[in-house]
Design a protein around this ligand. Structure first.
Ligand code: G4P
Length: 533
């Protein structure tokens, strides 16, 4: 086989996705079950234990160990049914960071995991919007159906209303009031029975290919049978068709009901997922579309992680491969720097270990040793020194603090430290304008980043910080760069700052003051996500 054929074969079997959810919806459990099917982990509990302090795959930073949480995200790769699947793992705790958003820039599809009893929650909404912005296909898995849940119609309505996406249930739950019977598979007209530990292996199919088959009546009893017939009739009449085009563009989500903990519905989900999820696709660049099957390697940096191994003070740049083949030790153009670099110590992140990769293909994520030359959004390209992918946006910080070194003599180290963390994308640095002194306002997507900042400045730069938290919650970039923000009518609490690229940004305490600013300033246009230039 020639190289192009090899690459093409590998592209065809790649599926790279992220699970988006609110903490506690069951992401760790689902991830673990998926890995289990792929034989990637031997014992249930290995992913889970990351949350405890026994053993942690991503225990790279002391702070993670202390808090028993995963601050960073990692990538898990496994094989199933001939496919090579990459799950981009994202932090599952309340204080998630900008990394969580950025990881979605490297995914080709997303699985939105919802707790059936809770419905669409806050963090899911935020992550969903990033997926929607990218227009990637979004699957929905409604979890914890083994317990009482919200009415499935209510859940569908919530998804459609809150997230503004059409939905199509692939299966339909029976007994959602705490007496879960299983699901009706609409495509196959069969009932997949929930029998506690049996993991839905018992399937009863309809002889007529219809929900009205009397075999289901005997199975479910009159109450549940009648309810199921009514529900399915309603869905068939009032619901959307499954439109693949709408799904592909992120405008329709297929819904699966199941229970990750009991394994129920996980395998049917995985199989349908593999059938529907896209393989790595074409990506636009400054030099035109880049097709993954090309024999030239391209990729972009979506995440930088420092100090994964505190003993070595190393820095790892995570690269999403977009085209061609990556092979160990290869040299590529670092387009922004305009020079060739050798990608040394390439690593891939399996369920448990970091292993050295010999080769990798589009859709895969590799981590390479970074001697301090990479930034988030950098393009790496083989053979074309000009090809650049669009940068990764800056996501809106939601927490702000005024930060100064406790010892003013340490100003130089302080600046070095915050620049380093900003480059890694852990924090956003703003400067307050017109106040006579140089004041840095640090913005973070998750409040935990302030702890990371404090910890790392002390440990790596020997700087103690004074952190004064601010009440602001929203950063908005002024769309028109010719506007002088000093001339705007703003509430007294609105703060004017400049980002690292000297663009004006307004910091607001609440949504009300954003509306007020827009109203009083002739429909002032504000953006919540800024493009990196
Ligand atoms: P997360 O990563 O999204 O934060 O969620 P995680 O998988 O840790 O799950 C959160 C809790 O929900 C766990 O319970 C987990 O066992 C439970 N859970 C996950 N899937 C299901 C499900 O399908 N049905 C039910 N009933 N529960 C589910 P916990 O009590 O917090 O932890 P543990 O004691 O089970 O370890």
């Amino acid at each position: 086989m020639n190289l192009k054929d090899i690459i093409s074969k590998e592209v065809d079997r790649r599926k790279t996705f992220a699970i988006i959810s609110h903490p506690d919806a069951g992401k760790t459990t689902l991830t673990e079950k998926l890995l289990l099917y792929g034989g990637a982990i031997r014992l249930a509990g290995s992913v889970k234990s990351r949350k405890t302090n026994k053993y942690a795959v991503s225990d790279w930073m002391e702070i993670e160990k202390q808090r028993g949480i995963s601050v960073t995200s990692s990538v898990l790769q496994f094989e199933y049914g001939g496919y090579c699947i990459n799950i981009l793992d994202t932090p599952g705790h309340q204080d998630f960071s900008e990394d969580t958003y950025r990881t979605l820039m490297a995914a080709d599809s997303a699985v939105m995991l919802i707790d059936g009893a809770k419905g669409v929650e806050e963090q899911t909404i935020k992550l969903f919007h990033v997926c929607k912005m990218r227009g990637i296909p979004i699957f929905t898995f409604v979890n914890k159906m083994d317990r009482a849940s919200k009415d499935p119609f209510e859940l569908m309505e919530e998804i459609e209303q809150v997230l503004k996406i059409r939905s199509y249930p692939i299966n339909w739950p029976i007994g959602t009031d705490g007496d879960f019977k299983g699901v009706y598979n609409r495509e196959l007209a069969q009932i997949e029975l929930f029998e506690g530990g049996k993991h839905g292996q018992n399937i009863v199919s309809s002889t007529k290919g219809s929900v009205e088959d009397k075999v289901f009546l005997d199975l479910l009893g009159e109450h549940y049978y009648n309810k199921l017939c009514e529900d399915i009739e309603l869905l068939d009449i009032a619901g959307d068709e499954f439109d693949k085009k709408k799904f592909d563009s992120g405008n329709l989500t297929p819904i699966f009901f199941g229970s990750a903990m009991t394994n129920f519905g996980v395998q049917p989900f995985l199989e349908k997922f593999l059938q529907l999820a896209p393989k790595p696709g074409i990506k636009d660049s400054s030099e035109g579309p880049v097709i993954p099957e090309s024999d030239k390697f391209t990729g972009f940096v979506f995440k930088i992680q420092a100090n994964m191994n505190p003993a070595h003070r190393d820095r790892i740049a995570f690269i999403r491969i977009c085209s061609g083949r990556f092979s160990k030790g290869m040299s590529v153009y670092h387009v922004r720097e305009g020079k060739e670099v050798k990608l040394s110590q390439p690593q891939q992140f399996m369920a448990q270990d970091r292993t050295i990769v010999e080769e990798a293909y589009p859709g895969d994520i590799i981590g390479v040793f970074d001697p301090g030359i990479f930034q988030i959004g950098d393009t790496l390209s083989e053979g074309n020194a000009k090809l650049e992918f669009e940068g990764i946006p800056v996501f809106p910080a939601e927490h702000f603090a005024r930060v100064i070194p406790a010892d003013t003599m340490k100003r130089k180290q302080f600046l070095k430290g915050i620049n380093q963390l900003a480059e890694e994308g852990a924090i956003q640095v703003f400067k307050q304008i017109d106040i006579g002194i140089e004041a840095f306002i640090i913005g973070a997507v998750g409040v935990l980043q302030f702890e990371v900042l404090e910890y790392r400045l002390k440990n790596e730069y020997g700087v103690d910080l004074k952190i004064q938290k601010l009440p602001h919650r929203f950063a908005r970039w002024i769309a028109d760069s010719t506007i002088d923000p000093r001339k705007l009518t703003l509430t007294s609490s609105t703060m004017i700052v400049q980002d690292e690229e000297e663009r004006y940004v307004l910091l607001f305490e609440n949504e009300w003051s954003i509306s007020w600013a827009k109203e009083k300033n002739n429909s002032l246009e504000l953006h919540d996500i800024a493009k990196k230039s």
